[in-house]
Design a protein around this ligand. Structure first.
Ligand code: GLU
Ligand code: ZN
Length: 292
């Protein structure tokens, strides 16, 4: 008997708009990777960035995933419900002098933060953020698709864990929440690859395990733009679920047989789980959707 821990994956959309083709692509990859490893697939709504949240978006995302047959395990977790835990960890980090208040505004900060506030002894009165001290360490990991990634943390500077507007920063929240949900395999879009070393650094500082990472390519439209809520990518329409799943499987380089266009959604997904092989995406950063 092996005592390998069970695979626990997740999908963690931000409720900044309805699910579009690009996010469904990532969701499907993450789902197939979990299911083909007999894993759990959990769902978390990353709703901490209140100014960016759109009313009704979380419900609409859940409905869409359901309509596409991407059923998740366990109760949906909302990051906004974890707020006390973040503050407890911040209090401890402050006590240990691993984080410090920074009054610099975004305007004051060059591409890489210089650390000017690091050695100020007094608690500032102006609104401030909390930054974590970083060092010269090299963080490296092997991405399941993108291979070996190495980053010198000094190139990132001391980064923000809690923003001036009191909002917990994404880098910090994602690490805490993936750990709380016992996630050990992360499948997400290529755009988050460069944030991963900072997240691994946080895991090291907090004494948390590092999950495995697989960054799947981003879907770009016919003009070469990434499909995102910013480019107003339109919501996927569950009325065309089978056609969309077929197209997504093609773009995931699964070579679905033509006959898979004619079968039910459930049959499509069981074929996809049984035949899932992400190797065709190795080293791939973006994929063009021809009619997108
Ligand atoms: N909530 C993040 C987003 O929608 C993704 C978080 C993650 O996968 O790490 O971009
Ligand atoms: Zn500062």
């Amino acid at each position: 008997m092996s005592d390998k821990p069970p695979y626990i994956g997740r999908f963690a959309p931000s409720p900044t708009g309805p699910l579009h083709f690009g996010s469904l692509y990532t969701a499907l990859a993450s789902y197939l990777q979990a299911r083909s490893n007999q894993g759990l697939w959990r769902l978390r709504i990353d709703d901490l960035d209140i100014p960016r949240n759109k009313h009704g978006a979380a419900d609409s995302i859940l409905k869409t995933l359901d309509a596409f047959g991407l059923h998740w395990d366990d109760a949906v977790v909302y990051q906004s419900q974890t707020r006390d835990i973040y503050q407890d960890i911040l209090d401890q980090l402050a006590k240990d002098q691993l984080i410090y208040p920074c009054t610099c505004s975004r305007k004051d900060v060059a591409a890489v933060y210089s650390g000017v506030c690091r050695d100020k002894q007094t608690q500032p009165e102006a609104p401030y953020s909390w930054r974590i001290k970083t060092d010269q360490r090299k963080v490296s990991f092997t991405d399941d698709l993108q291979g070996l990634v190495c980053q010198n943390l000094a190139g990132q500077g001391d980064f923000i864990l809690k923003r001036r507007d009191q909002i917990i920063a994404y880098q910090f929240a994602v690490v805490v929440d993936d750990d709380l949900q016992q996630v050990n395999h992360i499948v997400r879009g290529y755009d988050l690859l460069e944030a991963t070393p900072r997240q691994i650094y946080l895991q090291q500082v907090l004494g948390l395990a590092t999950p495995s990472y697989m960054h799947v390519p981003l879907i770009i439209d016919g003009h070469g733009y990434k499909l995102s809520k910013q480019t107003l990518a339109t919501a996927v329409d569950a009325k065309h679920a089978q056609a969309i799943i077929f197209e997504l499987l093609t773009l995931l380089r699964q070579n679905p047989p033509k006959a898979l266009q004619q079968v039910t959604l459930t049959e499509q997904l069981s074929w996809a789980v049984a035949n899932w092989n992400p190797a065709g995406l190795t080293g791939c950063r973006e994929i063009r959707r021809e009619d997108g």
